[in-house]
Design a protein around this ligand. Structure first.
Ligand SMILES: C[S@@+](CC[C@H](N)C(=O)[O-])C[C@H]1O[C@@H](n2cnc3c(N)ncnc32)[C@H](O)[C@@H]1O
Length: 194
């Protein structure tokens, strides 16, 4: 009897792993080959801690945060929990949005996911954000500087905006992300827009 239950539990577990791997792969293909956009790669624990600490140390009065490309929402939820802020996540990957909303059911963080293309949202919103967080690629991150009237501070994970001088670069001293065969060490690039 025990063996019978164990086999069923193992089968269900394996089925879930296969389903999630399949959906993740499909979403990767959808992002890279159909939408031509940065795919989902989650922020590391180091990133999450460093971003929250940076906000608490340097922008304790920040209230509204937007995460551009919030994926499963784990960075955004962490920041919302550790800082006294409201965070919204802009995401257009269907599987990411589903997981982000699902995980948020079990979290009391002030965080919500908006199903939208981040550029369309930022073009049309009347909201002002104290901080924008982005973990996007080297070509997409610089596009955020045109929202300098809607965003006061940009915290970019690993990718810099080449023609802007950061007010600070925080070197996390460990880890990197590989993007198009180039290593980008874990760093925070902080830009302030006047
Ligand atoms: C590198 S992942 C970062 C995920 C998240 N920041 C985290 O650390 O967990 C980039 C995310 O941006 C999303 N993305 C890329 N381009 C987008 C766009 N134009 N509008 C909305 N989301 C976008 C992707 O679907 C992906 O989930």
């Amino acid at each position: 009897m025990f063996l019978y239950h164990a086999v069923w539990i193992a089968t269900i577990f394996i089925a879930f792993v296969i389903l999630f791997t399949y959906l993740y792969a499909m979403e990767y293909v959808w992002c890279v080959y159909i939408k031509d956009q940065v795919p989902f790669v989650g922020a590391s624990r180091l990133h999450k801690r460093a971003v929250s600490k940076y906000i608490n140390d340097n922008y304790p009065d920040a209230k509204n945060i937007v995460e551009c490309g919030s994926g499963h929402g784990s960075l955004a939820r962490y920041v919302a929990r550790k800082t006294n802020t409201n965070v919204i996540g802009l995401e257009n990957g269907p599987f990411c949005i589903f997981l982000s909303r699902f995980f948020s059911l079990f979290s009391r963080a002030n965080f919500k996911t908006i199903n939208t293309d981040m550029f369309k949202y930022l073009d049309n919103t009347q909201n002002m954000f104290d901080i924008a967080i982005a973990y996007l690629g080297p070509t997409v991150t610089p596009l955020l500087q045109k929202y300098d009237k809607k965003i006061k501070v940009l915290i970019s994970l690993n990718f810099e905006v080449p023609n802007l001088k950061p007010v600070q670069v925080v070197d996390l001293k460990k880890g990197f992300v590989l993007y198009q065969n180039k290593k980008y060490p874990h760093k925070l690039f902080i830009y302030e827009f006047k």
